[in-house]
Structure formats: C-alpha cells, structure tokens
Design a protein around this ligand. Structure first.
Ligand code: OGA
Ligand code: ZN
Ligand code: ZN
Length: 375
C-alpha cells in the first residue's frame, strides 16, 4: 500500500505502509506507462516511443487512490499499481533482490547433492520447477532413473526447451573411439574444464546421460567455478583482475570446421558480479596478448587452474546407466578421470540447451497462474 507520495524536480518518492521509501524518475514513469496505448495489451511490448519522449517530462498532477495516478502535460493518464511499482523498483534493494543468488558449494556437496528422479520431473509442474530451481541455484543437478535408451537425454532436455545444435551435432555420444575429433572422445583424464569456450555464443546447459558404464575409472567431476573464482579474488587479487580483463584466444579445429574467438577467463558484469567462467587450456590457441602480459597471464592461468584442481572444491562421483548430469557450463566446470576402454564400455549421450530458454521456462513456471503483465 502507498502511504504517501512526495514530488521532487525530476522524480517522486513513494513511502510504503511498511515505512520504506522508493524513488521513481518521471522519465521512467512516463516510459513505463502500462496503459493499452503505451503497451500492447496482448503482445505486452512497448508501443510508447521512448526515443520521442520529451526531455524531463513532469506530471501536472500526482494522485493516489490505491494506485498511483499521474497526469502528463498532454493530458495522458498513467495508472500504476503498488504491486507493479514494488516489483520493478530500481533502488539498491530492488536491484539486489532481482540479482541471481547462486548457492556456492565445494566438495562437501557430495553429502547432499542436488538430485531428483526422472519420475519427479515427469510428474508435473511442481517437479519441473524444483528441478529447474536446483540448476539455477547450484549450477547443476543429477537426475536419477532416466530411461536407459538412446535419445532419452533429448526427451529430457526438450521438456525444458529445444536443444542447441553445435558442430558436435544435435546430440553427441561421449565414447572412446579411433580418430577422435575432441579429447572427450578418448579415454584420457579431463581436468575440470568448460566446454566450447571458443564460441562467442557459449553453450550453456550441458546434459550428459549415462547409457553404458562397465569400464574401470572414468569417475565424473564437477567444480563450482563461481565459488573458486570468488575465493581466488581474495587469494590472488592481481591475477583475478587480469583474468577478468585479458581476452584469451580460444580455438577448435577439425577437418570440417575452425571456430575461434577471444574472451576472458572470468567474465564479470557492471556490478563486478561473475557472469561466466571459461577455462579449458586444451582449447587455448597460441597466446596473442600484449607481450608485456605473457608472463603475468601464464602465471594467472596456472594459479587459477591449480585452484580449480584443489580436491576441496571437487565433487567427484561415478555415473551409472540411467544417471544424467546437467550443469550450467558458464558456471560449473566438469571433468572425468581416465578410464580403461579395454575393461568395458563407457557411453554418455549429451546435448546442450541455451540458458535463456532454461531461465525463461523457470520464470514462466514460477509465475504460472499470475498475469505476466504485472511483472
Ligand atoms: C564432454 C566431457 C566428460 C566425461 O563430453 O564434454 O567433458 O565424463 N565429458 O566423459
Ligand atoms: Zn499510457
Ligand atoms: Zn567437456
């Protein structure tokens, strides 16, 4: 409930019935008018022409009748509900409340990993929502008792959204094979890494579904890149800074393709919050940074790589047929122990899915039943 409104030169301050106060600029209020003339009532996209807004609009009258009511100099009336205003408040508190709140973890997550059965996911919106929230909060989840059938991973992923094709295909099979096109298709140990850092449009959610596993070795490994990076910022502040600033060359090549980009190991947003961790030295192209930085950059890459290999941060587990892991490749790094292909088969089927589609599905499920126009 709105308790009172005070107007200032370029904004107004709303005091709520809990005595907290939020400021809203007139430009912002005019631009965000939710009337059918300013927002298409069905498409819910803005019809109001922001670029044609007069500079420094100020309402000629401000009233409250439960809602906030503003009249503009041209006679246009804007009505905003308290719920909408609070939902969209952009002071420090509102911005913080809307920011992602990852639950950081280390090796001790083995005691209680974020897992769920296929049946629960399949049982309806509640199960789906719990699953997607686990991935959002922990950056991964383990799904148990997935049907042990080729393409079951696709059916699982497609419950969220359409999958993302890459140069490795619509889905891919991780097996040790002759003439492998990447290191995953060998029996080598893979240290904790991010997949495909060589693409500007990074792959995000990665599914790996175990179809066969009789081989010795080959245990899986997950590491919370955000947790490691946050600690690294404190233990190695200069190296952390460098890894956020320097764009490293990444490149994947095989007979038919050659995909390359430059991007930093640590991607942070305008508020200094981590957005992405990219680390896969197997795909680092010959370094082409400022020659003065070659030494410090190598030192930083080494130090961060060691931090990722600390057993205290590794969640190690062995998959069995029917298990599926899904992780957010922009946050959680993955790897595996070496395995012995002579001792038995090991086959994982995987696919990728864009995190925008995953988060979009999650938000839509969270507000199900509620009118999206209020958000
Ligand atoms: C991969 C990968 C891990 C594994 O396919 O990208 O890293 O357990 N596989 O084989
Ligand atoms: Zn309007
Ligand atoms: Zn990988």
């Amino acid at each position: 409930m709105i308790a009172s409104v005070v107007t200032h030169e370029d904004r107004l301050s709303v005091t709520w019935d809990d005595a907290s106060t939020c400021d809203y600029h007139y430009t912002w209020l005019r631009d965000n008018c939710t009337c059918p003339e300013c927002r298409h009532p069905d498409a819910w996209e803005r019809l109001y022409d922001t670029a044609a807004m007069p500079p420094n609009p100020a309402p000629t009258s401000v009233a409250t009748n439960g809602d906030l009511q503003l009249t503009w100099p041209d006679g246009h009336l804007t009505t905003m509900s308290p719920a909408w205003l609070r939902e969209n408040e952009y002071g420090p508190q509102g911005r913080r409340a809307r920011a992602p709140q990852p639950v950081l973890w280390d090796a001790s997550i083995a005691d209680n990993p974020p897992e769920i059965t296929f049946e629960e996911i399949d049982s309806g919106a509640e199960g789906m929502l719990r699953w997607l929230a686990l991935i959002r909060d922990y950056g991964f989840s383990l799904i148990r008792e997935v049907p042990i059938e080729p393409d079951a991973v696709l059916a699982l992923a497609e419950r969220i959204s359409f999958v993302q094709d890459t140069n490795f295909g619509h889905t891919f099979h991780v097996i040790s094979k002759p003439d492998p096109e990447n290191l995953a298709y060998t029996s080598h140990k893979l240290n904790a890494h991010s997949d495909i850092p060589n693409r500007h449009s990074s792959v995000n959610l990665q599914f790996l579904h175990c179809l066969e596993f009789d081989a010795e070795g080959g245990e899986s490994l997950l590491v919370d890149g955000f947790a490691v990076a946050q600690r690294f910022a404190k233990t190695h502040p200069a190296a952390y800074e460098l890894l956020t600033e320097v764009e490293l060359p990444w490149r994947f090549q095989d007979v038919t393709t050659d995909i390359a980009n430059h991007a930093p190991v640590l991607d942070v947003d305008g508020d200094g919050r981590l957005r992405q961790v990219r680390y896969h030295t197997a795909l680092m192209a010959p370094l082409d940074v400022d020659p003065e930085l070659v030494g410090p950059v190598y030192d930083a890459i080494r130090a961060f790589g060691q931090a990722l290999r600390d057993p205290a941060v590794e969640f190690a587990f062995k998959m069995a047929p029917g298990d599926c892991q899904v992780f957010d490749n922009v946050r959680v790094l993955h790897g595996r122990a070496e395995f012995n292909p002579a001792s038995g088969a090991r086959r994982l089927q995987g696919c990728y899915l864009d995190r925008d589609d995953f988060l979009g599905k999650l938000r839509a499920l969270e507000r199900r039943g509620a009118d999206f126009r209020l958000r």
